[in-house]
Structures are given as structure tokens and as C-alpha cells.
Design a protein around this ligand. Structure first.
Ligand code: PLP
Length: 393
């Protein structure tokens, strides 16, 4: 019997041939995943790499998970709808009421907000440690300390932590280590092979930044090497209903082939501009871990083979916030907005006096964080030069 158009369109006999080849991965979208038999459906958790329901992934997202795990030198990967979603899922997977989490003073701001907010309401406490002092961290670890977050380099002030020292202390005390690896993104250092046989337990990468590279989507990756740690986080990931859309996954798969080229190109431009800014009379200090006088430079040199696209500039105290704001607004090629590692350079003014617990390890003053995009160095330098003239007025 001839089928109606709607039925025919849904159950059409033409199927794409197996073995068809192209450079990009196919984009498989699904809520429903079809099973061949009722037994397959009942045994879905062990069936065909675990495809069971669209929320838990399709061949497109499984491809991205495998590539992101390789990028970081890990084995398993889970995807979250943002970097922040990756951070919160790790905490929900690894912490229980009565536990304590330790975070570095320069931790990504929303990680701190989560510790101060929902985590506390769920009976999980936190304290803040100095990322440059592994001995102080060791003294802080107590029986209820179950997780230590590390971030390299730290947000906004760019201190590179004593990563080996911090991880060694956690290993000796039997406490798990979660790394916010958005800055390194698998390219500056290998989180699961830090040297001296040391590794973190889980690495969170805000895919929003380098893996995407487009300033056009939000995603987070949770990478592990140990099946037990992976399972503990997956336990929370599944129950919280966390998933990602395949259009976004496709975009990240498109960004990954150029991530290494982009990372090193942005690193080159960033270092050149950071070194030039350090010579300017308006500037007290430039914070970039590859600069010799930046906090944690020796730790960076020991662990890293590259650096990211960020640096911060502390301006002389004699400039008012209004003057600094005029400088930022006077930039023509730098957007005023959050996030980074996209094509467009960005600049954001910060006042950290209310968002840090510990004494700041640099000369105080007003700070602007630059995120360098893919524009030419000479054009960016010329733009900063013309806007610095506004400081003199
Ligand atoms: C941007 C960022 C995040 C969060 O990523 P979103 O996708 O914006 O939620 C986490 N950590 C660091 C260091 C970041 O820069």
C-alpha cells in the first residue's frame, strides 16, 4: 500500500551507505536512539559503546569526547553545557555533605561563587589557599578535605602555581586534585604527565575558549585517566541531566584541527605585546607567567612549553579608574567583554580588592586584563598606543 507522505518521509527506505567518507565527522542528532531488539534495549548500558539516549551522546559527541581526552592526555571525557557546568559537575561527583574543598585564591570567579553558594547550602565547606605556597596547603589539609582545585595560570592575576608541589602534597595526603586547565588546554603542559610521575585526577577545560576558538558557543570538558574517578563524576553527570547540543559539538570538531596553530600564534602575539607593555611608562607591572618578574614564573618555566593568550597590566596608582576606563573604551580593536581565546582581542578592567581573601602577591594598583585574539601584533600595538594617549589627558 502506498504510504502517506508523512509516513514515507519518516520511514524512507533510502539509507546513507556505510563506509561513506569525508573529512568532517557526521552530525548525528538524537533524543531517541533506536534499538534493533528488545534485548538490546534492556541491555542498553552495555550495548554498542553505551548509546542509549540522546542526552548521553551520539557518535558525534563520542568523537569529540575521544578527541578532547587525547588533547589533555587523558582517557575518559564527559561534556557539560559550559565550563562552569564542568566545574559544578566535578564537585557534585566528588564531594558529599561534611566534606571540604580547597580552592586557590586566584580561582576562576564562578568556582568561588559555587563554593560560597550551593556547595555551602549542601553542607560542603571550602577554604582558600595561596597557590604559590605548597607548604601552606599541606598544613591546611585535614581529614574532611576531599578535593583541591588548582588553576594554572590563575585567573586575572596570572600567577603560575607551584603545580608539582601542590599535586605532590595532595598525593601524599590522599586528596584528589581537580585542575581548571582552560588556560593550558592540553597545549602548554600535560595535566596527566606533569613530570616526577605526578598527575591530576581530573582536568576541566572550558571548551568555550580554545577548543571552540570562535567566541560562538559554550561547553565544558571533564577529562580523567582513572575509571573510578570518571565513574564518580559520571554518576552526578547522569543524574543531573547534563548534555550538549550536536550543533555545538559540530562547531568544536571544526575548531579542534586548528587549535595548536591558534594557541601558538596567540601565544607569540601575547608575549610580544606583554613585553612591550612592560616597557611603557604608564605601567607598574605586566602579569604574564613567561615574564621573568611575574609571580610563579619559575614554576611556569619548569612545567610549561607554551603560554596562553592572556596578560594583565597594573597601571600606576596616579591614574584614576575613570582614566583607565577611558583607555579601555578608547581601544578600537579590543572588544569590552568576557571570555577569551576567540578571534577578537578583548580588554576588561578589574578591581580585585574585594574578590581575593589573601594578600595580593604583586604591587597593588588598577588592572586591565588583555585577551589576545588572532589580529596582527602591529595593529594591536598601534591601537594600544593610540589609546594610552588618553591616559595623559
Ligand atoms: C571561561 C572560564 C571558565 C568557564 O567557562 P564557561 O564556558 O564560560 O562557563 C572556567 N574556568 C576558566 C579559567 C575560564 O576562563
Amino acid at each position: 500500500m502506498k504510504q502517506a507522505i508523512s509516513t514515507e518521509q519518516i520511514h524512507h527506505p533510502y539509507q546513507a551507505p556505510a563506509g561513506w567518507g569525508a573529512v568532517p565527522t557526521g552530525v548525528f542528532k538524537a533524543s531517541t536512539v533506536l534499538f534493533k531488539t528488545c534485548a538490546d534495549m534492556r541491555n542498553r548500558e552495555t550495548h554498542e559503546q553505551g548509546y542509549s539516549y540522546g542526552l548521553h551522546g551520539t557518535p558525534t559527541s563520542f568523537t569529540l569526547m575521544a578527541r578532547l581526552a587525547s588533547l589533555e592526555g587523558g582517557k575518559q571525557c564527559l561534556l557539560a553545557p559550559s565550563g562552569l557546568g564542568g566545574i559544578t559537575t566535578i564537585n557534585m561527583g566528588l564531594l558529599r555533605p561534611g566534606d571540604e574543598v580547597l580552592i586557590p585564591d586566584n580561582v576562576y570567579g564562578q568556582n568561588r561563587v559555587f563554593s560560597q553558594g550551593l556547595m555551602r547550602e549542601f553542607g560542603i565547606t571550602h577554604r582558600v589557599y595561596d597557590p604559590l605556597d605548597a607548604t601552606a596547603l599541606e598544613a591546611m589539609i585535614q581529614s574532611q578535605t576531599k578535593l583541591v582545585w588548582v588553576e594554572a595560570a590563575g585567573s586575572i592575576t596570572m600567577e603560575f602555581p607551584d603545580l608539582l608541589g601542590l599535586v605532590r602534597v595532595c598525593r601524599a595526603k590522599g586528596v584528589r586534585v581537580a585542575l581548571d586547565n582552560t588556560w593550558g588546554s592540553g597545549l602548554a603542559f600535560k595535566p596527566f604527565d606533569l613530570g616526577d610521575g605526578l598527575a591530576v585526577d581530573v582536568s576541566m577545560n572550558a571548551v568555550t575558549k580554545y577548543p571552540s576558538g570562535g567566541a560562538d558557543l559554550l561547553m565544558g570538558a571533564i577529562v580523567t585517566v582513572d575509571e573510578k574517578v570518571h565513574r564518580a563524576i559520571e554518576h552526578a553527570h547522569r543524574q543531573l541531566g547534563i548534555g550538549v547540543g550536536m550543533n555545538d559539538v559540530e562547531m568544536v570538531l571544526r575548531g579542534l584541527p586548528s587549535i595548536e596553530l591558534r594557541y601558538h600564534a596567540q601565544d607569540r602575539t601575547t608575549r610580544a605585546l606583554a613585553r612591550w607593555m612592560a616597557t611603557r611608562p604608564e605601567v607598574v607591572q605586566v602579569l604574564h607567567p613567561a615574564l621573568e618578574d611575574s609571580p610563579g614564573h619559575a614554576y611556569w618555566a619548569r612545567t610549561c612549553t607554551a603560554a596562553g593568550c592572556l596578560f594583565s597590566v597594573i597601571f600606576k596608582d596616579s591614574y584614576s579608574q575613570a582614566q583607565i576606563d577611558a583607555f579601555v573604551e578608547g581601544l578600537q580593536l579590543f572588544g569590552l567583554g568576557f571570555s577569551w581565546a576567540g578571534p577578537m582581542s578583548l580588554a576588561v578592567p578589574y578591581d580585585l580588592t574585594h574578590s581575593r581573601n589573601l594578600a595580593l602577591p604583586y604591587k597593588s594598583g588598577r588592572l586591565v586584563r588583555f585577551a589576545i585574539g588572532l589580529e596582527a601584533e602591529a595593529d594591536l600595538r598601534g591601537d594600544i598606543e593610540q589609546s594610552l594617549k588618553l591616559l595623559a589627558t
